[in-house]
Design a protein around this ligand. Structure first.
Ligand SMILES: [Zn+2]
Length: 329
């Protein structure tokens, strides 16, 4: 939308997406499944709703993606291909959305997840134009709360020239992720991606957080960030990952962060995300939180689910199904 955005995309793209091009969104042959849909532009990337007294807006940062196998690491190959075909999805590339959530409560504007920016391909970084579309700029954000420090959740914290993209914001991060990804050089050999990708991934986390080092508040999952926003222990995907409950009066919204990447492979089918560091702990977190969502019929926001990512979990005899919410005009 402006020079800032364009520069930023160019710089971050060259910084992290490299030779393998493995995670380039839209790469390769997305042929058959989407060939009948002509790409559009100019659609809304923001979606407003309320949680009791809290004003909420999903702000899209765009999309990232990669080979479906990465997000469904234990799926039998033939079954994965068939499930994708039956969902009218490409079999060689899975698109993941970046659904950040702005909540306005108690006189504060709180952004949940910062989004990828350009750290994981050229189709992120849209949060700034979507903020502008609702009449806000980065300086209007008071607080940013991050579920875990993967680049697609912290990438937008840094401007192209290394400054703070949200100049006034205090950034809340899970302490265990800070200790693992920032204070040390993490061993990412568990991630099912090429070594050069892992190195860029680790570097992108540190560079994205570098401008906000003095504005970070470390939290332990379970803590309340502000009245109406509680963090929930959900470790496994990363050492510190938290999910969130936003609540006001009788209304609630459960944010599942990266417990699931795409409902077709991680909810409707029980396959495990390859990037989960501790797969058994991640599975236990996923079941505990999905069960709570299903039992209490809590509206859910999936960070990577198809925009705007809102719906509910249905559980029948231990099998989950994702039921998207209807669009509210
Ligand atoms: Zn993510």
């Amino acid at each position: 939308m402006n020079a800032f955005t364009i520069n930023r995309r160019a710089v971050m793209l060259s910084a992290v997406v490299g030779a393998s091009g493995m995670f380039l969104a839209g790469g390769g042959g997305i042929a058959n499944a989407q060939a009948m849909m002509t790409p559009a532009s100019g659609n809304a990337g923001h979606y407003r709703f309320r949680i009791g007294e809290i004003r909420a807006t999903v702000l899209s940062d765009g999309v990232i993606g990669g080979p479906p196998r990465v997000y469904a690491s234990d799926a039998p190959e033939a079954e994965l291909q068939e499930v994708l075909r039956r969902a009218f999805l490409p079999t060689d590339h899975m698109t993941l959305n970046l659904n950040t959530l702005l909540i306005e409560t108690g006189g504060r504007r709180i952004l949940i997840e910062a989004g990828a920016g350009g750290t994981m391909g050229p189709n992120g970084g849209r949060i700034f134009e979507n903020l502008a579309a609702i009449g806000l700029g980065p300086a209007d954000i008071d607080t940013i709360v991050i579920s875990h420090t993967h680049p697609d959740h912290v990438g937008n914290l840094r401007t192209a020239d290394g400054g703070k993209a949200f100049p006034r914001a205090t950034v809340f991060l899970p302490k265990a992720d800070w200790d693992f990804f920032v204070r040390t050089d993490p061993d990412l050999s568990y991630m099912p991606v090429p070594e050069d990708f892992r190195l860029r991934f680790a570097a992108a986390i540190k560079s994205s957080l570098e401008p906000v080092m003095n504005d970070v508040e470390l939290y332990e999952a379970g803590a309340e960030i502000v009245p109406g926003l509680t963090t929930i222990v959900a470790s496994g995907h990363t050492p510190g990952m938290a999910t969130f409950l936003v609540h006001s009066g009788n209304d609630q919204l459960l944010l599942t962060a990266d417990l699931a990447y795409h409902p077709v492979v991680n909810v409707d089918n029980p396959w495990r995300p390859g990037p989960d560091r501790d797969k058994e702990t991640a599975l236990a977190s996923r079941r505990r939180i999905f069960d709570r969502a299903a039992a209490d019929r809590i509206p859910v926001l999936g960070f990577h689910f198809p925009f705007p990512g809102l719906g509910r979990m249905l559980e029948t005899d231990g099998v989950y199904a994702w039921v998207p919410a209807g669009w509210q005009f």
